[in-house]
Design a protein around this ligand. Sequence first.
Ligand SMILES: Nc1ncnc2c1ncn2[C@@H]1O[C@H](COP(=O)(O)OP(=O)(O)O)[C@@H](O)[C@H]1O
Ligand SMILES: [Mg+2]
Length: 255
Amino acid sequence: MNTAASVPLLHLTDVGVHFGALHAVDGVSLEIRAGERVAILGPNGAGKTTLFNAITGMTPATTGRVFLSGTDITRATPNRRAGLGLARTFQITNLFFGLTVEENLLLAARGLSRRKFSPWRNGAAAIDERGLIDTALSKCRLDARRGLAVRNLSYGEQRQLELAMSLTSSPRLLLLDEPAAGLSPAERIVMAEVIRGLPSDLALVLIEHDIELALSLVDRVICVHQGRVLVEGKPDEIRGNAQVQAVYLGRPRDA
Ligand SMILES: Nc1ncnc2c1ncn2[C@@H]1O[C@H](COP(=O)(O)OP(=O)(O)O)[C@@H](O)[C@H]1O
Ligand SMILES: [Mg+2]
């Protein structure tokens, strides 16, 4: 059976990313279903960001295959992947600090309208830019900030804006690389609420250092270590897993 429902949104088979002798990602296979929320946990240097780069095309896989909705995108450009419904949060440096929140969102939304090749956009030429921006603003709790220059936002609000910008392409799969990094405790709470409130049909893959925060946001956890999948399970299974604690918290395995 090869119905749309049986094809995973994202499918990685034996993906490796090699930098010379270093196998930063070393034979990772995984599936993400539509609307699913998954955390990728692992110590620094485990290969999490490199795995994201293989998915987005910033650093294409050295070995293995990457499929998005059944389409082989292993060698596709980042733009082509974005056109197929993939988004990741922008780095903070992508924000225009002298422009307003709304102007930054407009630029992000305009980027999307250039993707005429996208099969998902056929027949939907009239993109509702205004609607996309309003939805992104409200989903990311920035309504009251829309007219403010980005340089006047708090750091937490700037991170919320990056997230809002990634939503303007109406993605089906969103990759979040440490969205709460550098945030104050109060800002982390807001970010967690924003992530929880994202559309339920949007699949999320989240890299997050704060384990409790990550576990509170997802249905499933994939733990990676030295480029490989170590353990996979539901948040409750991961919490008590001795192997995960040994690797992630640096405790001896028998502690
Ligand atoms: N462009 C690169 N060239 C060489 N080595 C890299 C490059 N990017 C990452 N690495 C190495 O790959 C390993 C995994 O890095 P990374 O994916 O950033 O880990 P994580 O995000 O889990 O902290 C690290 O040893 C890192 O130094
Ligand atoms: Mg990283």
